[in-house]
Write a protein that binds this ligand. Structure first.
Ligand SMILES: Nc1ncnc2c1ncn2[C@@H]1O[C@H](COP(=O)(O)OP(=O)(O)O)[C@@H](O)[C@H]1O
Ligand SMILES: [Mg+2]
Length: 227
């Protein structure tokens, strides 16, 4: 099957308390694109991202990852294809060591331990955390925790990498490392961010949201002129 695009068709989502967070989102991101998701707090960016790998399912409309519709039944397949890095890395690091956190996904995929080890080492080295295998997450700096969270997704070798405000709370050096790392990921990236510089440097395309809707979808430089 092809995972090589992700498509939203008229997606609506209301939270259980009745908040209508997505009001008809239609959107296609094709393989290898890097797209920034922009907009003020509360406009629906995180809600949209949570639909990319089925953490939320639409109240109405459909999300497809390649030719697979995202439903309860397809979640294992979808989550192999779409790797999601949450806004708060502490939500993703829960094992005793960084190694185990990064190994968690591949082990869950029942890969042989040798392959798990190869993936963990590759991912830790990609994010600059070589040598931190045996540390606990709380022994890392904020930037390193973010890197560990990203490694825990990279180790699953996703086709599509989705990140929610990855550069928030990073110092200049950690932010630079993050941007450089994301540039080396040759698959699809969707990143929600307030970091306009990062959007400009990383993403040729930007999507601007307002109040649960997409109000612009264009080149990042065009969008920059509008806001
Ligand atoms: N768990 C939740 N329950 C109820 N409303 C929520 C929940 N999470 C977010 N919302 C609401 O949904 C809307 C979109 O939020 P969100 O997707 O987090 O926006 P953004 O990521 O752009 O800041 C906001 O009105 C927010 O208050
Ligand atoms: Mg958010």
């Amino acid at each position: 099957m092809s995972h090589h695009f992700i498509r939203f068709t008229n997606v609506h989502y209301s939270y259980p308390d009745g908040t209508e967070a997505l009001k008809g989102i239609s959107l296609t991101v094709t393989h290898g694109e890097r797209v920034a998701l922009l907009g003020l707090n509360g406009c629906g960016k995180s809600t949209l991202l949570l639909h990319t790998n089925g953490l939320l399912l639409p109240s109405e409309g459909e999300v497809n990852v390649g030719d697979v519709p995202v439903t309860k039944n397809t979640l294992p397949v979808v989550r192999r294809a779409v790797g999601m890095v949450f806004q708060n890395p502490d939500d993703m690091l829960f094992m005793p060591t960084v190694y185990d956190d990064v190994a968690f996904g591949p082990r869950n995929m029942k890969l042989p331990e040798k392959e798990v080890d190869r993936r963990v080492r590759t991912a830790l080295s990609a994010v600059g955390l070589k040598g931190c295998d045996d540390k606990a997450a709380f022994q890392l700096s904020g930037g390193q925790r973010r890197s560990a969270a990203i490694a825990s997704v990279l180790s699953m070798e996703p086709d599509i990498l989705v990140l929610d405000e990855p550069s928030s709370n990073l110092d200049i050096k950690a932010r630079r490392n993050l941007i450089d790392l994301l540039k080396t990921f040759h698959h699809t990236i969707i990143v929600a961010t307030h970091d306009m510089e990062m959007a400009q440097e990383l993403c040729p395309r930007s999507i601007l949201m307002q109040d649960g809707r997409i109000i612009a979808d264009a080149s990042t430089s065009e969008i920059m002129q509008r806001i």
